[in-house]
Design a binder for this molecule. Structure first.
Ligand code: AP5
Length: 216
C-alpha cells in the first residue's frame, strides 16, 4: 500500500495513519512528527525548522524533500508507506513523483480528508499530544482516561506550540494557498479519493480503509 493522506491541519490524518499503518504493516511517514522530533533533539534540522513551524509556515521544500527521500530509502518503506503531511506543495508533489519513478514505484491512492473549518479550529485548539508515541487526544471529544497521561504508553501529554488559535488560522490559510491546489492535480491523475473526515473515528477509519484498499 503506497498512499498519501492529504487534508488540512486537524483533519485527522495522523489519528488514522497511526492505526492503519500498523494494520497494513507499513510505516507512517509523518513529516510533522519527524520535524518535531528533530526540534526536541536540537539537531541542525530542528533548529532550521523550528521558526517556520512555530509561525505556522511551511518548512522550505528542499529541506522536506531531502528528509522524505532519505526516509523512503529505508528498508521498512520498500513494501509501502502512508505519507502523512507530505506532499504539501506542488514542488513537493513533483519531487515525490520523481523519487517514486526512480525506484519503479507508484502511488495507489491519495486520500483526502474533508472537514469543515470550524471543526478544524475546535479540534486543533483542544488537541493534546503524547510526547512519547505522538498519539493525539482532545480535551473534549477524545480525552485520555487519566488527565495529562497517554492511554497507550503512559507518556505525558502536551499542547503543540502551533495549536494556539492565531497560529491555527495561519496554518489554515497556508493550507488553502499552498496545499489545496494538489487536490486538482491528484484528481486529474485519477488518484484522489475523498473521505468525510467528520464523525466517529472508527467509522472514518473504515471509510479510509475501503477507499484505499479499493485502489490497491
Ligand atoms: P503537521 O504535524 O503535519 O501538522 P498538520 O498537517 O497541520 O496536521 P496536524 O497534525 O495538525 O493534523 P492531523 O490531520 O494529523 O490531525 P490529528 O489526527 O492530529 O505539520 C506541522 C508543521 O510542520 C507545519 O505547519 C510545517 O511547519 C511543518 N511541516 C510538516 N510537513 C511539512 C511539509 N511537507 N512541508 C513543509 N512543512 C511541513 O487530529 C487533530 C485533533 O482532532 C486531535 O485532537 C484528534 O484527537 C482529533 N480528532 C481526530 N479525528 C477526529 C474525529 N473524527 N472526531 C473528533 N476529533 C477528532
Amino acid at each position: 500500500m503506497r498512499v498519501v493522506f492529504l487534508g488540512p491541519p486537524g483533519a485527522g490524518k495522523g489519528t488514522q495513519a497511526r492505526d492503519l499503518a500498523r494494520e497494513w504493516g507499513v510505516p507512517q511517514i509523518a513529516t510533522g512528527d519527524i520535524l518535531r522530533q528533530a526540534v526536541a533533539a536540537g539537531t541542525r534540522l530542528g533548529r532550521e525548522a523550528r521558526d517556520y513551524m512555530d509561525r505556522g509556515a511551511l518548512v522550505p521544500d528542499e529541506v522536506i524533500v531531502g528528509l522524505v527521500a532519505e526516509r523512503l530509502g529505508e528498508p521498512d518503506a520498500a513494501g509501502g508507506f502512508i505519507l502523512d503531511g507530505f506532499p504539501r506543495t506542488v514542488a513537493q508533489a513533483e519531487a515525490l513523483e520523481r523519487l517514486l519513478e526512480e525506484t519503479g514505484q507508484a502511488l495507489d491512492a491519495v486520500v483526502y480528508f474533508e472537514v469543515s473549518e470550524p471543526e478544524l479550529v475546535r479540534r486543533l485548539t483542544g488537541r493534546r499530544v503524547c510526547r512519547e508515541c505522538q498519539a493525539a487526544y482532545h480535551t473534549v471529544s477524545a480525552p485520555p482516561r487519566r488527565e495529562g497521561t497517554c492511554d497507550r504508553c503512559g507518556g505525558a501529554l502536551y499542547q503543540r506550540e502551533d495549536d494556539g488559535e492565531a497560529t491555527v488560522r495561519t496554518r489554515l490559510e497556508v493550507y488553502t494557498r499552498q496545499t489545496a491546489p494538489l487536490l486538482e492535480r491528484y484528481r486529474r491523475r485519477d488518484l484522489l479519493t475523498t473521505v468525510k473526515g467528520e464523525g466517529a473515528i472508527d467509522e472514518i477509519r473504515a471509510a479510509v480503509r475501503r477507499a484505499a484498499e479499493a485502489r490497491r
